[in-house]
Design a protein around this ligand. Structure first.
Ligand code: URA
Length: 210
């Protein structure tokens, strides 16, 4: 039994993603689109945030209106490409705390190792939105989710721009409690671990390192 996967099929999301896929799209536009897409994904990922009715004095009268309540939020970026997503989303939810997890692959074991792990101290009490633009093999996401759970997190959503079915299957198997919100699920991974048709290396395209 897998967890829940939400594919955000909204035309604005799909259009922006298609432009990001285009090899002709340069760093500036790619970065802007990644930020915009992240806001639209967050809108969907945060659809189930709780609200309570609170009294507000408008210029006309006093009445009850919904305000956010419930658990506070944490945005956690998987370095480095996840930064583009948390930097955008924090504009929508300025009260959220932001954590960072840096991972590298051990050349011997091929397992992801956390070289950096800085999370809000009260992460156990927060709803966590974990960001990584590309869910490929799922190795980094699984390692990051393990770090989050070790720190006490119990409510985690994984937000990605693009996923491979292989990566989704790994999350569903290892962490079926983690919901995935993604703009599209492509066909497969190639022999080099790239998503096909994909958009290339997201980190390199965001930071111009290629
Ligand atoms: N990471 C990327 O940036 N791109 C892929 O296609 C797969 C993993």
């Amino acid at each position: 039994m897998g967890g829940m996967v939400t594919v955000v099929t909204h035309p604005l999301v799909q259009h922006k993603l298609s432009v990001m896929r285009d090899v002709q799209t340069g760093v500036k536009e790619f970065r802007e689109l990644a930020g915009e897409l992240s806001l639209l994904l967050a809108y969907e990922a945060m659809r189930d945030l709780e609200t309570v009715q609170e009294t507000v004095q408008t210029p006309i009268t006093q009445a009850q209106f919904p305000m956010l309540s419930g658990k506070k939020l944490a945005l956690v970026a998987i370095l480095r490409a996840g930064l583009i997503m948390t930097d955008a989303i924090v504009q929508l939810v300025p009260a959220a705390k932001v954590g960072h997890i840096g991972l590298y692959r051990d050349p011997q074991t091929l397992q992801p190792v956390a070289y950096y792990n800085k999370l809000p101290t009260d992460i156990a009490e927060r709803r966590v939105f974990l960001t990584d633009p590309m869910l490929a093999t799922g190795g980094s996401a699984v390692a990051a989710i393990e770090r989050l759970k070790e720190a006490g997190a119990t409510s985690i959503k994984l937000m990605c721009i693009l996923a491979a079915p292989e990566g989704i299957a790994v999350i569903e198997r290892e962490h079926p409690d983690v919901e995935i919100v993604v703009a599209a699920v492509d066909t497969h991974l190639n022999d080099h671990g790239y998503i096909v048709p994909g958009l290339g290396d997201a980190g390199d395209r965001i930071y111009g390192t290629k």
